[in-house]
Design a protein around this ligand. Structure first.
Ligand code: ATP
Length: 249
């Protein structure tokens, strides 16, 4: 279980997160909704140990404080992160990208089982295993990125705006795939602008505004909450489909 308690992050004089507390359990999908600049990426980057700001508070993974650990130790502890823009190695093949995901001791331990999961979830990756990652479509590259993160055998998988740039059809497929990841027992912490589709597959959600958590509820309750509807589901700026007309249309 991931438990974030009173996390604060400042970039110089700018306080990007103030007293953020949240948790993600095994087998649970938690979505974080917030406007541009609210601090969502800062939160995920802090958990992954790659935030450039000054941090305070606690981040516990199964009882161990990971806030001051290095990023490779955090991967070893059981956190995998798919950053915005995917972060795959374009000049390596699909297979090489997946194998790089299993470089940690933790990843090597579960390699065969994880590979089976990844290929069951994304059969296309098996068909395309020799293809250079940069020559794949945006949706396929997102599969490589998620597959690579799963190869690290994480307890918690974090994804920063995975639907960005995908066509509506590929978005649908992506969210279906994410809902299947829950069946492996992993906890998923998802940052999304696509509120409707992410809440539809999530168990719980948090709202973040100006670096503070301003709401928390079950995903089902959030979908029908008038305030959430007005801010994130009403078709206004940054709402449901920032990704429409994306690269894979
Ligand atoms: P978006 O949806 O636009 O990606 P976000 O909610 O992920 O936004 P963050 O990227 O976490 O927001 O940024 C939160 C605030 O911290 C913003 O005001 C941003 O300008 C600032 N910030 C983020 N990274 C840095 C950095 N490396 N140095 C200085 N300020 C930063």
């Amino acid at each position: 279980m991931l438990t974030i308690s009173n996390l604060t992050v400042s970039y110089g004089l700018h306080r990007a997160l103030g007293d953020v507390s949240l948790n993600v359990s095994a087998g649970e999908i938690v979505v974080m909704l917030g406007a541009n600049g609210a601090g969502k990426s800062t939160l995920l980057r802090s958990v992954a140990g790659i935030c450039e700001g000054q941090t305070g508070g606690r981040i516990d993974l199964s009882g161990k404080d990971i806030l001051t650990r290095k990023s490779d130790e955090i991967v070893e502890a059981g956190i995998a992160f798919v950053p915005e823009g995917r972060g795959i190695f374009g000049d390596l093949t699909v297979w090489e990208n997946l194998m790089l995901g299993a470089y940690s001791e933790r990843g090597r331990r579960g390699k065969t089982k994880n590979l089976d999961w990844v290929l069951e979830l994304f059969p296309k990756l098996k068909e395309r295993k020799s293809q250079l990652a940069r020559t794949m479509s945006g949706g396929e590259q997102q599969m490589v990125a998620i597959g690579r993160a799963m190869m690290a055998n994480p307890e918690i998988l974090m994804l920063d705006e995975p639907s960005l740039g995908l066509s509506p059809l590929l978005c649908k497929e992506l969210f279906e795939n994410l809902s299947h990841i829950r069946e492996t027992g992993m906890g998923v912490l998802l940052v999304e602008q696509n509120a409707k589709q992410s809440l539809a597959i999530a168990d719980r959600g948090y709202l973040i505004e100006n670096g503070e958590i301003t709401g928390e509820n079950t995903a089902a309750a959030m979908l029908t909450d008038p305030a959430v509807q007005a801010a994130y589901l009403g078709g206004g700026a940054g709402s449901e489909n920032r990704s429409q007309g994306g690269e894979d249309g």
